[in-house]
Design a protein around this ligand. Structure first.
Ligand code: ADP
Length: 684
């Protein structure tokens, strides 16, 4: 028996490995099983090249947990190691045997995983003691047993082992005894080893017999050794892609499309990405893209490797060229990784364009689900935007789809305003904005449906990209002002009538929390509604953006919602109301107006007298009188307001018209709605 010291320069290295090499202790199993798979693959390569002439047999790797002995054993039937090799590969930490092997078998050894560096030593993260019992494939080899307790002292002695291959026996430490749980190990194997290229056996298959689960004779193979992404696209059917998707995400709905990636220059990368059907945010967080390195699961946090917007996709990426055991910030600045990222973007755009061109019908039918990915891409990746403008679609309220160019052609005749701006009208709630949509369509306009989560930022983006274009929601203004043309309608009211009727309606606007109403009188068509409620596009969109950005622009976020209550000055009902108003208030208002006129006249006299004088030159009496006159004007105006609001109180039509407008905007609720119903009955 030989003893020795492992070839590390400092004794402190072990604790460092144990603690910091991988913050995630789970990965020890991945490392040890990968090594076993590697050793098996190597033997296959040697058999192919004729260097190994014996029987390969069944090259399975098996994983066993022995609760009593407190061990986890990983056994393979691969190349094994001679005494010298153990000395060299195991004892000299930094020396990667796989690297040397790859150098020798460059061309045919592409499937060898071994570049995880310190992989084997990760066994010490969970073990007090690790044993290796191994017999090399080489003729006449002597089996050896290596043992190490986690400090650099090790023992190496001859062993009785008669079968080719290696057992790695990990004596699990007290702290890590959770790993002796059968189910825990099963979970880890499923996570990391599900697609390894050599069969991984974990115990025997179980079946139900007489109400109990019993073991069968059949090996329980936990992996699929030839997952779909390792095959040629030509050899796969749609069904195969679907089956593989459900292998990855058993609970998910069928995906929309798949993209098979297959690159060998300037880097190696294979994989299958899927556009999923996203029902909610939980799906996004649960089913992530999985990154593999030669079929070994590495991670499912691919930020930095895949362009941000594509992290919403599902599927698998497998590349031996992505540096794995480095920090995330290093990954993001790595040249290869950047190339991979832009390549994937290009591939995804290619594929979408291909489907769009070849089968627009299918593309349209999936657009509603697809839209979020494409919009996210357009918003965050300029290159993708440039590709996607060709196939990104608009959908109108009638469910028709258009490319951006097609839509522009459709609306430019009718929807160009007097200053030459193209106005894209849209709705984001077909039900609530029904009457506005109707009015716009009657006018010959087309209305887009913009009800997606990203539509608001997309509209902002398009306004910047398209020339002389803006998006306006159908209820942002009265129809003639939505798209201002030269032929404006005339308002036939006097200034006094106008201000009085505004006063009348203002006094009856509802009090809703964080909501303001401003009444204006406008010239709208006689056949249009007597009152419409509109909401300024710019203010509303600022609020929407601020909500999307989670309060970063909270100045806008905290502003109340402002609505315009637009009274149609040309509507016969409003005309009648004005006539009634004048009749009912004349007697009371005539003297008030006379007093106001008088007071205003005196006020301007006093102001004139003040002109050009310094404050101390103005007699106190005049100052006092001016203050009195101003006070008097205010109180006269209050009086006027009171008279008009008394009229509004008596005249049920005022509230009735406001409520009808609220109702058509889906804003009449609760008590307001009940009052409206009662009043309607009284009016019948
Ligand atoms: P890497 O796999 O990156 O080379 P490891 O520390 O995981 O680094 O392994 C070191 C070396 O030990 C391997 O390259 C290989 O030569 C040898 N080795 C580890 N496990 C086995 C095994 N099960 N069978 C044969 N050789 C092995």
């Amino acid at each position: 028996m030989a003893t020795g010291k492992i070839g590390v320069s400092t004794k402190d290295l072990f604790p460092i490995i144990k603690k910091f090499l991988y913050s995630d202790h789970d990965i020890f199993l991945r490392e040890i099983v990968s090594n076993a798979v590697d050793a098996s693959q190597k033997l296959k390569v040697l058999a192919q090249s004729g260097e190994f002439k014996g029987e390969l047999g069944d090259l399975k790797v098996s994983v066993k947990v022995d609760k009593d002995a407190k061990t986890i054993t990983v056994s393979d039937r691969g190349i094994g190691m001679t005494r010298d090799e153990v000395e060299k590969y195991i004892n000299q930490i930094a020396f990667s045997g796989a690297e040397e092997f790859l150098e020798k078998h460059k061309d045919d050894a592409a499937n060898i995983i071994g570049h995880f560096g310190l992989g084997f030593y990760s066994a010490f993260m969970v073990s007090d003691k690790v044993e290796i019992v191994t017999l090399s494939y080489k003729d006449g080899s002597q089996a050896v047993r290596w043992e190490c307790t986690g400090d650099p002292e090790y023992t190496l002695e001859d062993s009785e082992r008669s079968e080719r291959g290696t057992d790695i026996i990990m004596h699990v430490s007290e702290d890590e005894k959770d790993f002796l749980d059968e189910r825990k190990i099963e979970e880890l194997l499923n996570k990391y080893c599900k697609f390894l290229p050599i069969k991984i056996v974990y115990g025997k298959k179980k079946e139900w017999k007489d109400g109990k689960q019993v073991e069968t004779d059949e090996d329980n193979v936990i992996n699929d050794t030839t997952p779909a992404w390792t095959k040629k696209p030509a050899d796969l059917t749609d069904e195969d892609y679907l089956t593989f998707y459900h292998q990855l995400y058993p609970m998910a709905d069928d995906p929309l499309f798949n993209i098979h990636l297959n690159v060998d220059f300037p880097f190696n990368l294979t994989g299958i990405l899927y556009f999923p059907k996203i029902k909610n945010n939980i799906d996004i967080n649960r089913n992530k893209i999985q990154l593999y390195c030669n079929q070994v699961f590495v991670t499912d946090s691919v930020e930095g490797i895949v362009p941000d917007f594509l992290t919403l996709l599902h599927g698998v990426i497998d590349s031996p060229d992505i540096p794995l055991n480095v920090s995330r910030s290093y990954l993001q600045s790595d040249g290869n990784v950047k190339k991979i990222s832009s390549h994937i973007t290009k591939k995804v755009a290619d594929r979408l364009e291909e489907i769009f061109k070849k089968d627009r019908k299918t593309f349209e039918s999936k657009w509603d689900d697809l839209k979020i990915f494409i919009q996210y891409g357009m918003l965050t990746d300029e290159k993708f935007y440039e590709r996607a403008v060709k196939f990104a679609l608009f959908k109108n309220v009638d469910g028709k789809y258009f490319t951006y160019d097609e839509y522009k052609d459709l609306i430019k005749g009718e929807q160009t305003d007097k200053d030459g701006n193209l106005v894209y009208l849209y709705a984001n709630d077909k039900a609530t904005q029904y009457s506005f949509i109707q009015t716009a369509q009657n006018k010959g306009y087309d209305v887009l449906l913009m009800d997606g989560q990203l539509d608001t930022p997309v509209m902002n983006q398009l306004e910047q990209k398209f020339e002389k274009s803006r998006f306006t929601r159908v209820d942002a203004d009265v129809i003639d002002k939505l798209i201002a043309k030269d032929n404006v309608k005339e308002l036939t009211l006097t200034t006094r009538q106008r201000s009085e009727i505004e006063e009348v309606f203002q006094s009856k606007t509802p009090t809703i929390e964080k909501t303001n109403f401003t009444v204006t009188v406008e010239a709208i068509g006689e056949t249009d509604f007597p009152i419409v409620i509109t909401q300024n596009e710019w203010m509303r969109r600022m609020k929407e953006m601020s909500a999307l950005q989670g309060g970063q622009m909270s100045f806008y976020g905290e502003m109340p919602d402002s609505f315009n209550l637009v009274v149609n000055g040309n509507h016969p009902l409003v005309g009648k109301l004005i006539a009634d108003m004048e009749n009912a208030t004349k007697e009371q208002l005539t003297p008030v107006y006379a007093d106001i006129d008088k007071a205003e006249a005196r006020k301007s006299e006093l102001n004139k007298a003040k002109e050009g004088k310094k404050d101390e030159e103005i007699p106190q009496a005049e100052k006092d009188e001016l203050a009195d006159v101003e006070k008097n004007i205010t109180s006269l105006n209050d009086k006027k307001k009171e008279v008009l609001s008394n009229f509004a109180n008596d005249e049920k039509l005022v509230s009735q018209l406001i409520d009808l407008a609220l109702l058509s905007n889906n804003m009449l609720k609760g008590e307001g709605l009940t009052k409206f119903i009662k009043r309607s009955i009284e009016l019948m």
